[in-house]
Design a protein around this ligand. Structure first.
Ligand code: FMN
Length: 330
């Protein structure tokens, strides 16, 4: 059973999980490849019997690049597939949407799984609940998942079709992956309507390039890591604001070693009080899911509740990437 694991990862959590799944699958002795979504040759996908596709969760579903990738996939009728993700406690519709859209491409879905991952959103209190994940226990679990998914897919391909899993039904699904109906009630949060970020604020929050501080072409970290390929320092304007749909991570700003990518954080500062109220309000249902899903906190009690959003770190870069895996500057 020739297999491939495809991952899309910004800060490295999904990459590490994908590598562990790949390691588990490789133990079977079958040929198994691993590749990032940016590098995959979509026309060659038919060469594989089993295709795994996973990413981080973005706004309770898959990131737009993954949606587009699946749309562009050829029909893979009769092949086998699985999906996986990392998230900061609420994957929401991710698993259901991925399973359905991969099935629409003809794949027989043999399984799925999700893991917690550290979160680097610049305006959240640090450390975030899930920081430190995935740890060695998560990686071992991912390795076992890789072994199992390959074995299950092989048995299904030999006729054991009763092993094909079913998506849990609505209520069971929501209990497991997060009930998004909680978001319908955001208006009950004091100040939500009057103080939340507006479209105008989002324009103010667009990153700008200060060419005097920029070290391009010696440094290309923003260009290499922009999820929408919107940064071209030698062109005018250097950042294409039509395609720079906010990655909401302000990844370029956080990674830039000289502070050449600048963001006016004023709207974030203005709405800080609301964000705290919102965060605490959302924390209640989150705690429930964490209990349900055996969450292991890796934050020491002294660090819990420490309020130090990344955007307030004045040194650059705020986030350091090594082999595609992010960590916060100490
Ligand atoms: C723009 C953005 C949106 C996110 N939305 C969600 C979400 O809806 N639910 C959730 O649980 N985590 C969410 N997260 C957290 C990420 O899914 C989590 O940090 C993930 O492990 C990152 O994976 P990566 O390191 O592979 O990029 C979001 C993160 C970002 C940057």
């Amino acid at each position: 059973m020739k297999s491939i694991v495809i991952y899309y990862s910004m800060t490295g959590n999904t990459k590490r999980i994908a590598e562990a799944i790949h390691a588990g699958m490789s133990q079977s002795g079958y040929k198994c490849e691993i590749v990032s979504l940016k590098e995959v040759n979509i026309q060659r996908l038919f060469d594989y019997d089993l295709i795994g596709l996973g990413s981080y969760v973005d706004d309770f579903q898959e990131p737009a690049s993954v949606t587009d990738f699946i749309k562009n996939m050829p029909s893979l009728r009769g092949k086998y597939g699985f999906t996986f993700c990392t998230h900061g406690t609420c994957p929401g519709q991710y698993i259901a949407r991925m399973v359905r859209s991969l099935r629409r491409k003809g794949l027989i879905i043999t399984g799925w799984n999700d893991w917690y991952g550290s979160v680097f959103l610049p305006f959240l209190a640090q450390p975030y609940y899930t920081d430190g994940h995935p740890d060695h226990i998560d990686l071992e679990e991912a390795m076992n998942f890789g072994k199992e998914i390959l074995e299950r897919s092989r048995r299904i391909s030999e006729g054991e079709t009763h092993l094909i899993p079913r998506l849990p039904r609505k209520e069971k699904y929501n209990k497991r992956y997060g009930d998004l109906s909680v978001l319908d009630d955001l208006n009950v949060v004091p100040g939500f309507e009057s103080e939340r970020l507006t479209q105008e604020d989002m324009k103010v929050l667009k990153p700008r390039l200060n060419v005097e501080k920029c070290k391009y072409p010696k440094c290309t970290i923003c260009v290499d890591n922009c999820p929408t390929q919107s940064i071209h320092p030698s062109q005018s304007p250097p950042i294409n604001h039509d395609t720079c749909r906010p990655c909401s991570l302000w990844f370029c700003e956080q990674l830039c070693p000289t502070g050449a990518i600048e963001v006016n954080w004023e709207p974030i500062i203005r709405t800080e009080k609301l964000r705290k109220v919102l965060f605490n309000w959302l924390a209640e249902p989150m705690k429930k899911y964490k209990d349900l899903r055996h969450f292991r906190s890796l934050i020491s009690p002294e660090e819990e509740g420490r309020d130090k959003p990344l955007y307030k770190i004045n040194k650059h870069p705020r986030i350091i990437l090594r082999d595609g895996v992010a960590r916060v500057r100490k």
